[in-house]
Design a protein around this ligand. Structure first.
Ligand code: ADP
Length: 312
């Protein structure tokens, strides 16, 4: 039975994230098992993840008031996921709880020798987010300054959120990760399109390569509707394309320890900056400053900095 609680007239959430949430279940063993093999493991860790939840947590740690719109199966680890969001101060009134469904689960095996990994991702309730669930969160979405989505939940639900946001004058950010072709229909509804180099090439249908290829992809994507296209380039920084032209914004030089989740921390920071009224370049710099700290520590959500850790 799904519990469709409508969000009653609520205080404004500056950033609203529409997206996925899942539990990462990570085993560490010396090497990865061969098919059919059972190995003794060295350690096991469970941590909340999903691009939507990660970006919501990143923005909350940076001081934004954050609302989350999602569908969470409350079987197995679903309730722990909801408790973790509450601990971060994320407003979960836009989350539909489904007692009959499993939440998203990522089963991750990491080899301690060499660091290789294998991942099976089962989307669970993330695949069941409906436009009606988004409609139920209309007051939250309409009161936001910025609405952010990724492509780990169905496109019709994101379309519904972006149409509502656009009609209410709310800034929309699409982080096109993973770079699913069906996400292209959202481009005319995006103020910002954010993707990494590989996703930009896939989304634009162009070659993956160096800076020249990233520039070509950014320009091709800009012509398809967004006002700003931002291609993140890992340690190199990010390429911003808009009506004023192309700009390379270098990343801060840090010793990277674990870059998993860099993009999510970056998007959370960008959304926070835009919700605070920063210019595009200032908001990108806030995202970069947060991501630089996150990559210098291990973990994903656990590595995301608080605002007080950023240099003014
Ligand atoms: P994704 O995690 O989506 O692949 P990127 O790796 O491009 O995204 O990283 C997003 C942003 O995080 C970059 O634009 C940059 O600002 C920051 N970042 C990533 N890796 C590093 C690094 N090694 N050093 C400093 N900043 C980094």
């Amino acid at each position: 039975m799904s519990d469709s609680r409508a969000v009653a007239g609520s205080a404004a959430a500056h950033v609203v994230v529409v997206g996925s949430i899942n539990m990462d279940m990570v085993s560490h063993s010396r090497r990865l098992p061969a098919p059919g093999e059972t190995l003794m493991g060295e350690a096991f860790v469970m941590a909340p993840g999903g691009k939507g939840a990660n970006q919501a947590v990143a923005a909350a740690r940076l001081g934004a008031r954050v609302g989350f719109v999602s569908r969470v199966g409350t079987r197995a680890h679903g309730r722990e996921l909801l408790a973790a969001l509450a601990e971060e101060g994320v407003d979960a009134r836009g989350v539909q709880q489904d007692e009959t469904a499993l939440p998203g689960i990522a089963v991750i095996m990491v080899a301690s020798e060499g660091g290789e990994n294998s991942i099976v991702y089962v989307p669970g309730s993330n695949a069941q987010l409906l436009p009606a669930d988004v409609q139920a969160a209309a007051p939250l979405l309409q009161a936001a300054r910025v609405v952010v989505a990724q492509l780990e939940v169905p496109v019709p639900a994101i379309r519904c959120a972006f149409e509502m946001a656009r009609a209410a004058g709310v800034i929309t950010i699409l982080n096109a990760a993973p770079a699913l072709a069906e996400g292209a229909e959202l481009l005319p509804l995006c103020d910002w399109l954010v993707l990494n180099e590989t996703e930009a090439a896939q989304f634009a249908g162009l070659a993956v390569g160096g800076l020249a290829e990233a520039e070509a992809a950014a320009q091709a994507l800009l012509a398809r509707g967004p006002r700003q296209v931002l291609v993140t380039l890992g340690a190199q920084g990010a390429l911003l394309a808009d009506a004023a032209g192309l700009q390379l914004l270098p990343a801060r030089a840090v010793k990277a320890v674990d870059t998993v989740g860099a993009g999510d921390t970056f998007v959370g920071g960008l959304a926070t900056g835009l919700a605070e009224g920063m210019s595009p370049v200032e908001a990108v710099r806030l995202g970069q400053a947060a991501a630089a700290i996150a990559v210098s520590r291990s973990g994903v959500q656990s590595a995301m900095p608080r605002r007080s850790e950023l240099q003014p």
